[in-house]
Design a protein around this ligand. Structure first.
Ligand code: 0RQ
Length: 504
């Protein structure tokens, strides 16, 4: 432990997780590290769930409000959800048990843009943060913290929390030191200053997180690996989507709208499609690429290793088992080509706009005018959350949504007359891609966009129904700028609910 906890004050605080979580009281707001699977505290959730069970068995009450970076390791999320340990959850989850509790109205869920979390917590919208639980790789001789595999909101949690529990994970390679760039220059308005980051590889902060030693109540040693963010091998659909995206980049370069050398920094969401698109870039022709994103997935490691990507900036390493092994085995290479930053900076609107990011995110569905639903199935049931997709889409240089054209074995169309929930409006969404094709909506009025989206992106099985709707809506007297038949606009969804299919 002395190689990981190098400062005597912190050595004196070493204890086990059960002792540490005894500090947590009913109603506390607990902010933990973790972004995607990476950097979630390993010992905290099982220990708190066990304490909750014991307190309840003794007739007491115990649940907490849980703040994180984004999603955290599935086991941590489910362990706490199973014991109804979480009263309020913010800002993102992607785990079935928690999702079920939210949709049953048993867990409050606040789904906000990831770049907004730090400032909203500072502003006090979530009350006081009682306890922060943050995983680190090491505590240095002078009491600084070496972050682990994600940074997320850890800087903010350490600053705002009354009490801090540190988990020091000896699985994290010590050579991760130097991969992080923690920027301490953010302030609340009117004291804000420009953030002087102009290239994805720029370093504007420091390698370490800081904590007031007086607030630290426990240091808990752990040695467990990060759980994996699994990815499937690209299938025909995701490969077709990737093909359309690469062709689009070629076309934009030809028109002089994207630089041939390195394009512009890429952002890609989590998931198989995003992973396949990045994989598609491995086949060329682009080189010297950069990435300014939230997460680094397996395919990004491949692109770095083969030299296609010169630098990748993110807030988290969301890797599969194979990806984690590759990272740990070649940590020196990746430390040189990867920078992990606080999510406030990885997703910052000012930087996203300045760098001219190409945003590529997944969606549940888009409507014929380009409004996108990323979060609520059928308009009511939460899937995951908006995550960082809004940060990149609203502020990006080119904002793209990528999705298979159908879901549930063809019963659900990803292109519908009207979305029942809007996360990204028609004003933000510029390009929609499915396996069938790519609709470039830039410069087009809603009436011009609609037939393009249907013909390029909808599955052929749904095209006649969508055209019929559009024709009848447009033929109405006073049809307007975005013609609709309101009595019918959600008919795809009501039919799905009634019959199990959007098909007539
Ligand atoms: O269900 O898991 O039961 O098979 O949704 O769909 O096609 O595998 O696509 O994994 O990319 O997820 C929008 C959810 C897409 C994701 C969303 C069902 C489908 C399947 C998953 P199963 P796919 P993806 C960076 C950016 C918001 C956050 C974000 C997301 C499951 O992209 O959460 O972008 N985005 N963050 O069957 C009903 C539809 C459906 C549908 C798909 N129209 N109706 N179900 N599904 N379309 C990441 C972070 O912020 C951390």
């Amino acid at each position: 432990i002395a190689t990981r906890v190098r400062h005597p004050h912190f050595q004196g605080l070493v204890t086990d997780a059960a002792t540490a979580v005894a500090r947590i009281q009913d109603g506390d707001t607990v902010a933990i590290s973790g972004f995607a699977s990476a950097g979630t505290p390993k010992a905290f959730a099982p220990a708190l769930a066990e304490r909750i069970r014991r307190v309840r068995a003794g007739g007491g009450k115990l649940s907490v409000n849980l703040l994180t970076g984004a999603s955290v390791a599935g086991e941590a999320e489910s362990t706490l959800a199973e014991v109804d340990g979480v009263a309020l959850r913010m800002p993102y989850q992607s785990e079935p048990t928690a999702r079920g509790k939210i949709n049953d109205g048993r867990m409050d869920y606040v789904d906000i843009h990831l770049s907004h979390v730090a400032q909203q917590v500072w502003e006090g919208y979530y009350g006081d943060v009682d306890v922060a639980v943050v995983e680190v790789a090491a505590i240095t001789e002078d009491g600084k913290l070496v972050p682990s595999m994600s940074v997320g909101n850890n800087k903010t949690w350490l600053e705002v929390a009354d009490k801090v529990i540190l988990e020091v994970n000896s699985w994290v390679p010590l050579d991760v030191e130097g991969m992080h760039d923690v920027y301490y220059g953010t302030a609340l308005p009117p004291a804000r200053k420009p953030i002087m980051l102009t290239r994805p590889a720029d370093r504007i902060g420091q390698q370490y997180l800081e904590v007031d030693p007086a607030k630290v109540v426990a240091v808990v040693p752990t040695d467990e690996q990060d759980s994996e963010t699994s990815v499937a091998a690209p299938d025909a659909i995701s490969q077709a989507i990737a093909g359309h995206v690469v062709e689009f980049f070629r076309h934009e370069v030809e028109l002089g709208r994207l630089p041939a050398a390195g394009l512009l920094p890429l952002q890609a969401g989590i998931g198989n499609v995003a992973n396949a698109v990045l994989g598609g870039l491995a086949e060329g022709p682009f080189t010297g690429l950069t990435c300014y994103s939230e997460v680094i997935q397996d395919s990004m490691l491949d692109l770095i290793r083969q030299g296609t990507v010169a630098h990748a900036s993110a807030t988290s390493l969301a890797l599969s088992r194979t990806g984690l092994a590759e990272l740990v085995d070649n940590i020196d290479l990746y430390r040189e080509h990867v920078t992990l930053r606080p999510q406030e900076i990885s997703n910052h609107p000012e930087i996203v706009r300045r760098l001219g990011i190409i945003g590529m995110n997944g969606m549940l569905e888009a409507d014929i005018y380009g409004n996108v639903n990323s979060t609520h199935v059928g308009g009511t049931r939460i899937m995951n959350g908006i995550g960082g997709s809004g940060d990149f889409t609203r502020n990006g240089y080119v904002s793209m949504f990528l999705s298979p054209s159908t879901a549930r074995n063809g019963a659900v169309s990803a292109i519908v007359p009207m979305v029942p929930h809007v996360d990204h409006t028609e004003h933000d969404v510029q390009v929609i891609v499915t396996e069938h094709g790519l609709a470039d909506l830039r410069g087009l009025s809603p009436r011009k966009r609609a037939p393009l989206i249907v013909d390029r992106c909808a599955d052929p099985a749904f095209r006649p129904m969508l055209h019929d709707y559009l024709d009848r809506a447009t033929a109405r007297p006073g049809a307007g700028n975005t013609p609709h038949i309101l009595e019918e606009a959600l008919s795809f969804h009501t039919r799905l609910a009634a019959t199990g299919s959007m098909l007539e």
